[in-house]
Design a protein around this ligand. Structure first.
Ligand SMILES: Cc1ncc(COP(=O)(O)O)c(C=O)c1O
Length: 331
């Protein structure tokens, strides 16, 4: 295919299929890192911009403002560059440096807060969202994208990701995906259900996030989860999620590290967590089946964290035994 714009390359990401050892199930890994901004959030970013253009909120030469854990901002930065908008990304201190550098490379302006003394993800999220909303109010011809409460986020997925999954694996039994704003898992589920697909939809959040448990706490997975102390996204529709699971940082990151070495697949932290829970879910099942796992982004953005032994050790996240077991399951 010859694209006429990088926007034509959003979506239609590849899938890898394999059957782990000791399992009667086929796993289909949807690699969203092959979007131009290297994550699933490109799809939401594009739809939210198109929606704001269509309803007249975003006018030529306008300014896009968004608070982000990184991936949405990368997508918006690409779209803004192509369509001639100014883009201001409001980031929190936990955004990995690789993501910050990418956003900057596409010409976006960055507002970044100093690292706080404690790891309070909720406070960081409130700080960045409040700042972005206020900045938009005092910036003429600007929009605050507000992905947590923007229905165009969820609406990005039925005609794109859901359609691609139905075409690739029409008889999938299970769908696993991470949850952050909830846009991707709920939007994909909506598309599947509208098409009459019966597969069970399972959302995975970091342990410490409060979608499926009231026991909140700190976690290092980036992009997924809703930390304690902040409201759940208004776009969340629980009727579209059949089951919610939690995964620890150690489980998620061990999966990323092991999979890179045993299979040559570099996953980001949320994707590692989703794949870990998917494997644990299907492992005891006797009957045959098919599970689709959405991998939201790739490990390339986490070289200074998940793939850095020193950072992993400092944060007590290294578990060589678990990495060895995972490599056995998947090699
Ligand atoms: C790496 C990663 N995983 C998962 C998610 C969650 O996706 P969603 O916001 O669609 O729930 C995000 C969102 O930013 C992300 O960046």
């Amino acid at each position: 295919m010859i694209a006429h714009s990088i926007l034509d390359l959003f979506g239609n990401t590849p899938m890898v299929k394999w059957r782990p050892r000791r399992s009667n199930w086929d796993l289909y890994l949807k690699l969203e890192k092959y979007n131009p901004g290297q994550s699933i959030k490109d799809r939401a970013a594009l739809n939210m911009v198109l929606d704001a253009e269509a309803n007249g909120r975003l006018k030529p030469g306008g300014t896009i403002i968004e608070a982000s854990s990184g991936n949405t901002a990368i997508g918006l930065a690409i779209i803004a560059a192509i369509r001639g908008y100014r883009f201001v990304a409001v980031l929190d201190p936990y955004v990995p440096s690789e993501k910050v550098n990418l956003i900057r490379a596409y010409g976006a302006e960055i507002v970044n807060f100093d690292p706080p003394a404690t790891m309070d993800l909720g406070a960081a999220l409130i700080q960045r969202e409040t700042y972005a909303s206020e900045l938009s109010k005092r910036t003429p011809n600007s929009i605050y994208v507000d992905q947590h409460n923007n229905p165009a986020n969820t609406a990005a997925y039925p005609a794109t990701l859901a359609r691609e999954l139905i075409e690739a694996v029409p008889d999938a039994d299970l769908l696993f995906g991470a949850i952050g704003t909830s846009g991707s898992i709920c939007g994909t589920s909506k598309g599947l259900r509208e098409a009459g697909h019966k597969c069970k939809v399972i959302a995975v959040e970091p342990r410490g996030s409060v979608f499926f448990s009231s026991e909140g706490g700190p976690y290092f997975q980036s992009g997924s989860g809703n930390p304690p102390g902040i409201e759940l996204p208004r776009i969340l529709d629980r009727t579209l999620i059949d089951e919610g699971l939690q995964v620890t940082d150690v489980e998620a990151f061990s999966m990323c590290r092991a999979l890179a070495r045993c299979c040559g697949i570099l996953l980001g932290g949320s994707a590692g967590g989703v794949l870990f829970k998917a494997y644990k879910y299907i492992e005891p099942m006797k009957r045959e089946g098919k599970a689709v796992v959405i991998a939201a982004d790739g490990g390339e953005k986490y070289m200074s964290t998940i793939f850095n032994d020193e950072w992993m050790r400092e944060n007590s996240l290294l578990d060589h035994e678990l990495e060895k077991s995972i490599a056995e399951w998947f090699s």
